[in-house]
Design a protein around this ligand. Sequence first.
Ligand code: PEP
Ligand code: MG
Length: 291
Amino acid sequence: RSRRAEEGVMKPAMTKNGVPVRVLINVADPVDLDRIDIKSCDGVGLMRTEFLFSKVTGLPDEEAQYRAYRKVLEWAADKPVTIRTIDAGGDKPVPGFTVEEGNPFLGLRGIRLALARPDVFSAQARALLRAAVHGNLKVMFPMVAVHEEYARATALFAEEAKKLAAAGEPYAMPPLGIMVEVPSVAIAPELFSDVAFFSIGSNDLTQYVMAAARDNTAVATLNSATHPAVLRLIADVTEFGRQHHIPVSLCGDAGGDAAAIPLLLKAGLRDVSVVPAQLALAKAAIAGVTV
Ligand code: PEP
Ligand code: MG
């Protein structure tokens, strides 16, 4: 990383012609945040919660999750924090939770598995609802393919909120959005006009559009987030969001890729979330683009 990029990391990102771009960070383990200054980013665009589930033996209880989510929200102060509900399966197996399958990328993963395990999903929902009073929380569901999954997930959150209210426990209902990483959503976003926001998962979206697994080096050149077919879907979703006042961001690895950034901005994106190690590089790349 260059010195200039390091110096630029504390400033808000802006294109060469002065268009502001929000750059947030992706977080897995809340302890990662101890080394990051909140002033260097616009918030947390993706907290992957699978890590909490892989770290412990057995699944983490509501209380352990509540503490982890609250820690991230308090670290971010008033900046937005988007926490993703458990996205296990595929490239993210969780022992004792995910199932053995012949074709795990097309199987019981993400929201499908969460909905199949309401015991686990409800505990996470309660932890998130309780943590929401401590900051600017948004919650998103991974691997949504059909609207019914969003409807069932939001109903589960409403149900747990009702129970918390009845028990007199403090909670808040965060905006509930979805990942755009299954092509059905990217092709027909109009089926999801009631979501609070879209977050494009370019890692999975690319592998499904290009039929090239994200974890197979033999097909790595095919697995390109900047292929025109992938970029067209990203542009379409971004335009749909603009027309219907639904915020659209991107939290896949392409957002921190200097070669992809000009193309993502050209596709209309103004909001990306990147791994902390790519923060300086992403801001420097944005500063070189005229939109
Ligand atoms: C994605 O698919 O682009 C994404 C951000 O989620 P994950 O990499 O955790 O599947
Ligand atoms: Mg994904």
